[in-house]
Design a binder for this molecule. Structure first.
Ligand code: HPA
Length: 235
């Protein structure tokens, strides 16, 4: 069944979907890691691929930037495509000075003041939860990597360019980092009783000023991707 934003047939979308922000990155990941690859959607250039990762069926789809964008795509995947599990793998700005770029952050909770679906956001701010089983699995899987890993609460902001002191907010509420999509994903997953998790790679640090250039950002992202596939697909 097609939607205004996704032309895929229902049968061409796997029950498990791995999402990243950038369509170019989605294509690269699909071409590098999937077998029996098929492009199943390209509305607005959000190229979506379904294939097999070590024999297990998965769809890789971009979600764009911000809660409204991730909100549209994930709403449709859960409601119209029968998707059961979405793992978002993104980048995040760290809010604690000691966090190194390249660190993996498992977002057990997302603190947000988003306007996306604010019907569900009480009193202007809320904490949304990831699926607890996926959180535990992510901890187990990433323990075996040699990457720095943190798990906890992240801040999902609606604004990249902002006058808000996000580092101060992070200190006050013990927030590990700031990104822009986890809350939109978690709101939809909780609403439809489906599974969701956000895993992020630290691309910059708002407290220390440390940042990766585009190439290093890409490299550190790819160091983690095989673990992300395991989280998404292993029992
Ligand atoms: N702000 C919001 N989203 C982000 C950032 C940031 O600094 N870095 C990566 N995603």
């Amino acid at each position: 069944m097609a939607t205004p934003h996704n032309s895929a047939n229902k049968k061409d979308i796997a029950k498990t979907v791995l999402m990243v922000g950038d369509p170019i990155r989605a294509k690269k990941i699909a071409e590098k890691y999937l077998q029996d690859l098929k492009e199943v959607n390209n509305v607005r250039g959000m190229n979506t691929f379904t294939g097999k990762y070590h024999g297990k069926r998965i769809t890789i789809m971009p979600h764009g930037m911000g809660c409204p964008s991730v909100g549209i795509y994930t709403y449709e995947l859960f409601k119209f495509y029968g998707v059961e599990r979405i793992v978002r793998f993104g980048t995040i700005g760290a809010l604690k000075a000691e966090t190194k770029v390249g660190t993996i952050i498992i977002a057990e909770k997302s603190y947000t003041k988003t306007n996306y679906f604010d019907f569900y956001i009480k009193n202007g701010a809320s904490y949304l939860s990831a699926n607890p089983e996926l959180v535990e699995k992510a901890k187990r899987v990433f323990e075996k990597s040699n990457l720095n890993v943190q798990e906890g609460t992240i801040y999902c902001s609606d604004t990249f360019y902002t006058d808000e002191d996000q580092v101060a907010l992070g200190k006050k509420l013990n927030l590990l980092g700031v990104e822009m999509e986890s809350a939109g994903l978690y709101i939809n997953a909780n609403m439809f009783n489906k599974q969701a998790l956000t895993i992020c790679s630290v691309s910059d640090n708002l407290a220390s000023g440390e940042a990766l250039d585009a190439k290093d950002r890409e490299n550190s992202f790819y160091q983690a991707i095989e673990y992300v596939f395991k989280v998404a697909l292993e029992k």
